[in-house]
Design a protein around this ligand. Structure first.
Ligand code: RB5
Length: 225
């Protein structure tokens, strides 16, 4: 379980409980309500000037993660730092899950994850329903991840990408809009909506399994999907 440092008061992020999963259910319901209220969902998530950003990294990514936190705070954003905070070896999945869950639950508007390659932690973040995590190594991909995919988590590599490029990637990720917010980008909105629908269906199946008693013990979406 990552050691969490909060800039802002945030709800307990206890893992592996049905209670937490029910929180996820509420978040899904909220998204469905927003989506069915016409255009409101996508306009509701337009880029505000100051956002809450969840950060997470393993021991191979924490130095970049800390530097990214400084940049974001200097720009006026609130940072929720899920760790890790030093070079002691840790398991990247826990940090990817923590950031993904913060974003999917609405605790944070965006997330940035860093590991040695960016790959493992991105895979973990993408296990969380509602997360659209993009591995990015150059600016055009960062822009397309926002414009076409409405990426809400950015995955970066501390071992393969230089710091100057990281600064550019973070800048693009934080500022590029989602094209689905304007009528000419309706196809992108339609495609991202399909991702929401798939997640919703998966979560519904999981909840049914819980209610039927088919699943016991530590229950989280990652155990079931
Ligand atoms: C850690 O050595 C490394 O495997 C990890 O940071 C990441 O690259 C995994 O995908």
């Amino acid at each position: 379980m990552p050691d969490v440092q909060y800039d802002a008061v945030a709800p307990d992020h206890a893992r592996g409980s049905i209670e937490k999963f029910k929180l996820g259910k509420i978040a899904v319901r909220k998204r469905v309500i927003e989506r069915t209220a016409g255009e409101s969902h996508f306009h509701a998530v337009r880029i505000p000037s100051c956002m809450t950003i969840a950060l997470g990294a393993d021991h191979a990514g924490f130095e970049y993660k800390d530097r990214i936190a400084e940049i974001l705070r200097a720009d006026g954003h609130t940072v929720i730092d899920f760790g890790t905070h030093d070079a002691t070896p840790v398991d990247y999945p826990q940090y990817g899950f923590a950031v993904g869950e913060a974003v999917a639950s609405g605790q944070a508007e965006r997330g940035i994850v860093v590991c040695g390659s960016s790959l493992g932690i991105s895979i973990a973040a993408n296990k969380v329903p509602g997360v659209r995590c993009a591995v990015v190594t150059e600016p055009l991909s960062a822009e397309l991840a926002r414009r076409h995919n409405d990426a809400n988590v950015l995955a970066l590599s501390e071992r393969l990408t230089g710091w100057e490029m990281i600064e550019r990637l973070v800048d693009v990720f934080m500022h590029a809009p989602f094209d689905g917010d304007v009528p000419s980008g309706a196809r992108h909105k339609h495609r991202v909506a399909q991702l929401f629908e798939f997640d919703d269906a998966q979560q519904a199946r999981t909840l049914i399994a819980i209610e039927k008693g088919e699943v016991t013990g530590a229950v989280t979406p990652k155990d079931l999907l």
